[in-house]
Write a protein that binds this ligand. Structure first.
Ligand code: AMP
Ligand code: MN
Ligand code: MN
Ligand code: MN
Length: 275
């Protein structure tokens, strides 16, 4: 059976592996079709495409766009996007500028909380393309301010904590329209991770469909089987195409591995059936 993993990260965002190493690892893990979906940028795709050439792996060019919806953050994947599309790139450019501003403010806030050098410290973990909270988290762990990554997120990098900076990501309609303009399919990433009430999640899906979104990530890395069932039912009810992806970031997290996913629900229409 073909193994699809349609959600992963490289050093072009907050992943640990270069696009080349990511492709090699995906092949070693038995993935047949891999989507590289870095946060708010497509800089890793050229190298990934080159690395996938002359292998049995099919690379799906993708992106994961940060969206502010109903006062919270949700992630929208774009699958099979044309990375050369100007509408998409203009949209992503604004997000990169916001990330730079945000990183500066995060460092200032941390400095006020007595933690100096966070900007340079975080940069050491990034490839200069994009600076995100995970890079700051790595610096804070290195400096002994927290025992591990999930501890850092609880104590420093979320609302009401010293390293948190509020701000607006893309709006849902724009993000979906950039993806669609670039010939891609928009997919709601890891729907269970937002901890929304059922009513709110339905509202998100309704807004997303209205904007032209077509997909729902029913299977995600490290997910409870009950959750998969629940998401599969929602995909059916709302006639969304179902996607699956590990959201792999790093070999250091033993819980999330490329291609290592729960069984795809038989009741769902796979998004790749439209390819
Ligand atoms: P950003 O887009 O820069 O705000 O950072 C979001 C990223 O931080 C996510 O894509 C994850 O990679 C990472 N992240 C967020 N929360 C956690 C957490 N609790 N544990 C580990 N990584 C997290
Ligand atoms: Mn990430
Ligand atoms: Mn995400
Ligand atoms: Mn992701």
């Amino acid at each position: 059976m073909t193994c699809y993993d349609l959600h992963s990260h490289s050093i072009a965002s907050d992943g640990a592996l270069s696009p080349e190493d990511l492709i090699a690892r995906a092949i070693a893990q038995g993935v047949d079709v891999l989507a590289l979906t870095d946060h708010d940028g497509t800089e890793g795709l050229v190298a990934a495409q080159l690395a996938a050439q002359n292998t049995d792996l099919t690379l799906i060019p993708g992106v994961e766009i940060s969206v502010t919806w109903a006062g919270g953050t949700v992630h929208i994947l774009g699958l099979n996007v044309d990375a050369n599309n100007a509408t998409l790139q203009q949209g992503l450019m604004k997000m990169r500028m916001f990330r730079i501003e945000r990183a500066n403010k995060m460092a200032e806030r941390l400095e006020k909380a007595g933690i100096a050098g966070a900007l340079d410290g975080a940069r050491k973990y990034s490839s200069d393309v994009m600076l995100g909270r995970l890079h700051f988290a790595q610096f804070l762990v290195e400096q002994g301010h927290a025992k591990n990554i999930s501890d850092v997120f609880k104590r420093f990098l979320v609302r009401n904590k010293p390293g948190y900076v509020a701000g607006e990501w893309a709006n849902l309609t724009d993000a979906v329209s950039w993806i669609t303009a670039a010939g891609g399919q928009a997919v709601i990433a890891h729907p269970a991770r937002y901890k929304m009430t059922a009513t709110k999640l339905r509202r998100l899906i309704t807004d997303f469909k209205e904007a032209g979104g077509v997909g729902f990530e029913v299977v995600s890395g490290r997910q409870h089987p009950e959750e998969v069932k629940n998401l599969a039912r929602l995909a059916e009810q709302f006639e969304l195409l179902a996607s699956c992806g590990s959201d792999f970031h790093t070999p250091d997290n033993a819980w999330v591995e490329l291609g290592n996913l729960a069984e795809f629900p038989k009741s769902c229409v796979p998004i790749w059936s439209t390819w």
